[in-house]
Each structure stands twice: as structure tokens, then as C-alpha cells.
Design a protein around this ligand. Structure first.
Ligand SMILES: Cc1ncc(COP(=O)(O)O)c(C=O)c1O
Length: 398
């Protein structure tokens, strides 16, 4: 067995996720003065909307901003309630909470780790304004029952597709099924725009209008005419008109730069191939780990195209011979392999304990918090690195 340093070395050898095409795209934009919200952003939005089969797309600084602006797009305000899963990154509930809304967590399905539609109805109140299903680890939620329940109650569905770019549910693209779909292009995501980035897609012109306005201080930056008030013409001769900018409301600056968008255009073209490599790596791991006692490997639902942002594995400590904490520690210190621990359920966090949540409320999410690890599944992972990962797990598994 190789030394603990090896996996680390293999990861370093993976090099950059960007190639000569991204480098050229960056150089081209630099030579054009590297603007913000320019041609590259418009092109990226058009390409992304077409990829998702959505009418509109608006590019933003990150997935957190995408979620936040979606909440603004549907008019979330203090006193509203929003339903989501406790098994997600804190950005999901933070978006409504920072606008004054309250969160109602609903437990997850123990097989997919996604929000359980069977428990949704019981969480709905007269003040529920939105449901945020999160397509965790790259697999879409069971969207049909979620959309049906939401429709019956007149509640907006905002998809958190930050981990699911390119995933599908019954042939529909992740992000294209709700009122909006939110994406992250953080450096660890399936495609990236130089470390940070995000996108919102929607078919609703009014929601899009609000998102576009609030993204950029409630002025309209591109794609639409900017709202201006004409100054006194007696002071400014006709033909040399000056314009005075107006603001519909106070908004934010969540704009992306053109350098990032130019990289995004290239990454989007590569996305299906990158996702396919993740799917192939997942198939390899599933085959190679099938017989390890005490491991539950991911279940791909037949109606889904899983893009394997992460490869989740549940550990039965007794049968595997080691609990999650010891396994994560041993893999790191004895094998040099960093496993993920996505996530501790959010109702365990100080942020939500302070809001009245208690341990024990969502047993399925808690089991995941106690027993789930994620394995490295980078598309640039070499067969050698995957093999080392598998052999290392076999060493610990009984
Ligand atoms: C499920 C989920 N939602 C939201 C986000 C927030 O995205 P960003 O980090 O781009 O703000 C992430 C990113 O990790 C995520 O995984």
C-alpha cells in the first residue's frame, strides 16, 4: 500500500480544471478591457438559458446571491415562511432568513437524502410562501409531488440546483422546473467560473424583471433599456442629451465580471463531458465497493440523471468496523485521503438552535449527519487515484 502522501500527490497532479480554451477566453476579455456585465455575461446567460431550456437566465456573483435574489423575485418578506431541507448548505435557508422569513425544515427521504415530499403537506401553514427543494449531491428531488403540492397551495418552488448543474428529472433539466432555479459555480462545483459564480434561470418575466433590477441597484444594466430621467433640455442642446439615472428601489450589486462569464461559456460547453466522467467514476466506485460490509452506496433513482457532484456513502459502524469520525480521521492520517462530511443537519447548528430547533426533530437527516461521508469523485481523478481510494476503504472495511 502506498504512503499516506500519495492521494495528496495525485490530487496535485490533477492540475487546474481549466484548459487552454479558458486561458484564451480570459486573455480575449482582458484585451477588451475586462468589463463587468458586458457581452460575455450576456452570451453566458443566453447559452445557460438554452442549456436549461429556460426563457431567461441572469448571471450573479454566487449561488447564495442566486437564492437571495430568487427570494426577492417572489417577494419574500418578514413574517413569510419557507420550507426546505435541513440537509443542505446554510446558504439555502439563509436566503429567506436574511429577508426576515422563518424556516420550516422538513425531513429527508432516507434513500435519496433529498427533501421527502411525503412530509411536505404537514409543514405548510397559511404563511408558507416558498418551498426550496435542494438537489443534493447532484440528484434531483422527486419534483412532481413537490410541484403538485406547491400548486395546490399557491406556493412558489425555488430549486436549489447549486449541486446539480446538468442533472435531470424525467428528462427535465435541474433548475428548469420551479419558478426559478439557482446554480453555483464555486470552485468545487461541477463547472466553475474562476472560484465563484452563480446563475438564476426562470420562465417568469415578472420574476426575471425583479431579479434583474435588484441584482444591480434597481437600475437595468443590459438586455433592457436603463431607466433614466431626461434633464432639462434648455441646458443640454438636442443631440447632446444628458441623462439622469433613476432607481426603482434600493438594491444590491451581485454582478459577475466578463472574465468569469467568458470562462463560464467554455465550462458550459465542457459540462456534459465533465459530468459523464463523474458518472463513470461513480459507476467504478459502486462496482468496486459493492461488497464492503456496512457501506450503503448511492441509489440513482430511475427517473433521474445524477451528475454526482459528490458520492455519498452511509456507514453502518458496527458492520463496517469503524464509525464515521474514526473513518474520516484514519483515511486522512493513514491514507492521505480527505473525505467530505456534507453535511451536519442544519437544525443542529447554533443559527437554528437559536431559532428554536432541537436535536431529534428530523431523524433521517440526523442519521445522515452521524453516518454519511462523501468520497472524492473529481472528473480529473485518475484511475490510479480511484484505485488507491478503493483499496484504502477495503483496508478499513471488515
Ligand atoms: C446546496 C447549496 N446551496 C447553495 C450554495 C451556495 O453557493 P455559493 O457557494 O456559490 O454561494 C451551495 C454551495 O456550496 C450549495 O451546495
Amino acid at each position: 500500500m502506498s504512503s499516506p502522501k500519495i492521494q495528496h500527490d495525485l490530487e496535485i497532479k490533477l492540475g487546474s480544471e481549466y484548459g487552454p480554451e479558458e486561458e484564451q477566453a480570459v486573455i480575449d476579455v482582458i484585451r477588451q478591457g475586462a468589463p463587468t456585465s458586458g457581452e460575455a455575461c450576456i452570451q453566458f446567460e443566453q447559452d445557460f438559458a438554452a442549456y436549461c431550456g429556460s426563457e431567461y437566465a441572469r448571471v450573479v456573483t454566487n449561488g447564495t446571491a442566486a437564492l437571495f435574489l430568487s427570494m426577492i423575485g417572489i417577494g419574500i418578506k418578514p413574517g413569510d415562511r419557507v420550507i426546505t431541507t435541513p440537509m443542505t448548505w446554510i446558504a439555502t435557508p439563509a436566503a429567506p432568513v436574511t429577508l426576515g422569513a422563518e424556516i420550516d425544515f422538513v425531513d429527508i427521504d432516507p434513500v435519496t437524502y433529498n427533501l421527502d415530499p411525503g412530509q411536505l403537506e404537514a409543514a405548510i401553514t397559511p404563511n408558507t410562501k416558498a418551498i426550496i427543494p435542494v438537489h443534493l449531491y447532484g440528484q434531483c428531488c422527486d419534483m412532481d409531488p413537490i410541484l403538485e403540492i406547491a400548486n395546490q397551495h399557491g406556493i412558489a418552488v425555488i430549486e436549489d440546483a447549486c449541486q446539480a448543474v446538468g442533472s435531470q428529472y424525467k428528462g427535465r433539466m435541474a433548475g428548469s422546473m420551479g419558478v426559478t432555479g439557482c446554480f453555483s459555480f464555486h470552485e468545487q462545483k461541477n463547472m466553475s467560473t474562476l472560484g465563484e459564480g452563480g446563475m438564476i434561470v426562470t420562465d417568469d418575466p415578472n420574476v426575471y424583471e425583479r431579479i434583474a433590477l435588484y441584482r444591480s441597484h434597481c437600475t437595468r444594466v443590459h438586455g433592457r433599456s436603463t431607466k433614466y430621467c431626461q434633464l432639462d433640455e434648455s441646458r443640454f442642446p438636442v443631440g447632446k442629451t444628458f441623462w439622469w439615472q433613476d432607481f426603482d428601489d434600493t438594491g444590491y450589486n451581485f454582478r459577475m465580471t466578463d472574465i468569469q462569464a467568458a470562462v463560464g461559456i467554455v465550462q458550459l460547453k465542457k459540462l456534459d463531458e465533465l459530468n459523464q466522467r463523474r458518472i463513470n467514476n461513480a459507476a467504478y466506485l459502486t462496482e468496486a465497493l459493492r461488497d464492503v460490509p456496512g457501506l450503503t452506496l448511492p441509489t440513482v433513482m430511475p427517473e433521474c440523471k445524477h451528475s454526482f457532484h459528490l458520492y455519498p456513502v452511509m456507514l453502518d459502524a458496527e458492520r463496517f468496523g469503524m464509525n464515521k469520525v474514526d473513518f474520516v480521521y484514519a483515511m486522512l492520517h493513514e491514507r492521505g485521503i480527505k473525505l467530505g462530511t456534507h453535511y451536519n443537519p442544519l437544525h443542529w447548528s447554533t443559527a437554528f438552535q437559536q431559532r428554536g430547533y432541537q436535536r431529534g426533530q428530523f431523524p433521517n437527516a440526523e442519521k445522515v449527519g452521524e453516518s454519511l461521508v462523501t468520497l472524492p469523485i473529481n472528473p480529473r481523478q485518475t484511475p490510479e487515484a480511484l484505485d488507491y481510494l478503493v483499496k484504502s476503504i477495503h483496508t478499513f472495511g471488515q
